[in-house]
Design a protein around this ligand. Structure first.
Ligand code: ZN
Length: 113
């Protein structure tokens, strides 16, 4: 293998920094999968934009205490159990939502892992 001199000054990335883009990409894919499994549109107005997971019943966990991947796993279980429906941001706001649910209304929110 040839080592090019330009590699010499490449920053040293931690394992997490190397993995982060891939993990975020997997989160996006997983979220898109969950949205599609729920029909991909708001159950109230049919909008396909700014979709959020809405708990039909008050959920028993706090989103800000879980990292993004754990939250998706939780959503996935709840979707299978029929506890979640898709609402767009507008309809969800009307339905009322917990303040800590930053993940659902900001798809680009990057949590602390
Ligand atoms: Zn809607």
């Amino acid at each position: 293998m040839k080592i090019s001199p330009s590699n010499e000054y490449e920053p040293v990335l931690s394992d997490w920094q190397k993995k982060k883009p891939r993990i975020l990409e997997r989160c996006r894919e997983k979220r898109a999968e969950l949205v599609a499994s729920l029909g991909g549109r708001c159950v109230q107005c049919g909008s396909q934009k700014k979709l959020e997971f809405h708990h039909k019943k008050t959920r028993t966990w706090i989103a800000s205490q879980l990292n993004r991947w754990s939250r998706l796993a939780r959503y996935s279980e709840e979707i299978k159990a029929g506890l979640i429906e898709l609402l767009c941001k507008k309809c969800n706001q009307r339905a009322g939502k917990p303040k800590d649910d930053e993940f659902t209304h900001d798809p680009d929110f990057v949590p602390d892992f």
